[in-house]
Design a protein around this ligand. Structure first.
Ligand code: PEP
Length: 249
């Protein structure tokens, strides 16, 4: 699974152009072995949806609000995302946790709402540089995992993707080594086995995010425990994004 997180980039025209080019690529190369998900800003969801329709490319949003409707100025609901054609939604991205004070409890409300409305959450967790240096990665991500997934049933967990995104690697050009990513993903699988069962822990998709580029993607995707990538900066150009997709096939 390769997810493009455009963050707050691209207007309508650029979004349409990207979607057209990526669709042409996916059709030409018959990309069926990977789930490719594009997550544009809200304002481009509808136009990207129209451009990718009929292709294997899926649409995701970068956030949602957990209420159904009402007096929540500036917010967007799960139902609204569905009406734009979204299948996925990124939740708990570290930039939302940092700039918008999203706690694990808020992320959990969003996860439960997304599942309720039939969206598939891509739940982001990861430690910051200080925590990494203090060797606190495991307790930090364990807390994020258990709290963000509180009350998610065994039935619903199959619709969740976990994105392990060490914060020190996001947008910094410093990626985790394949060994680091693999060992954290294995740790997460062990915890998920305890929370659910062995089958869930084997089958849940855990993707890595943090400065993935055409140069490091193949190595990062080589571990069987790493089921794909969440790509920020390198997903803004079709050429680099396509190279990353190719590295996963
Ligand atoms: C991200 O936005 O989730 C991300 C991993 O960004 P980048 O690839 O730019 O580090």
């Amino acid at each position: 699974m390769i997810v493009a997180n455009w963050k707050m980039n691209k207007g309508i025209v650029q979004s349409q152009q990207f979607a057209e080019e990526l669709k042409a690529y996916a059709e030409k190369h018959k990309v069926v072995n990977a789930d490719i998900v594009i997550c544009p800003p809200y304002t481009s969801l509808d136009v990207v949806n129209k451009k990718i329709s009929g292709s294997a490319i899926k649409l995701g949003a970068q956030n949602l609000f957990y209420e159904t409707s009402g007096a929540f100025t500036g917010e967007v609901s799960a139902g609204m995302l569905k009406s734009c054609g979204c299948e996925y939604v990124i939740l708990g991205h570290s930039e939302r946790r940092k700039h918008f004070n999203e706690t694990n409890a808020i992320v959990n409300k969003k996860v439960l709402k997304a599942l309720d409305e039939g969206l598939k959450p891509i739940v982001c967790i990861g430690e910051n540089l200080q925590e990494h240096d203090d060797k606190l990665t495991e307790p930090v991500i364990e807390e994020q995992l258990t709290k963000s997934l509180a009350h998610v049933s065994t039935e619903d967990i199959g619709n969740i993707t976990i994105a392990y995104e060490p914060i020190w690697a996001i947008g910094t050009g410093k990626n985790a080594t394949p060994h680091q990513a693999e060992s954290v993903h294995n740790f997460l699988r062990k915890k998920i086995k305890k929370m659910y069962n062995e089958n869930v822990s084997k089958n849940i998709r855990i993707i890595y995010g943090g400065s993935i580029s055409p140069d490091n993607a193949k190595e990062l995707f080589a571990s069987p425990s790493v089921n794909g990538g969440l790509v920020g900066g390198a997903s803004l150009e079709v050429e680099s994004f396509v190279k990353i997709i190719n590295s996963s096939l």
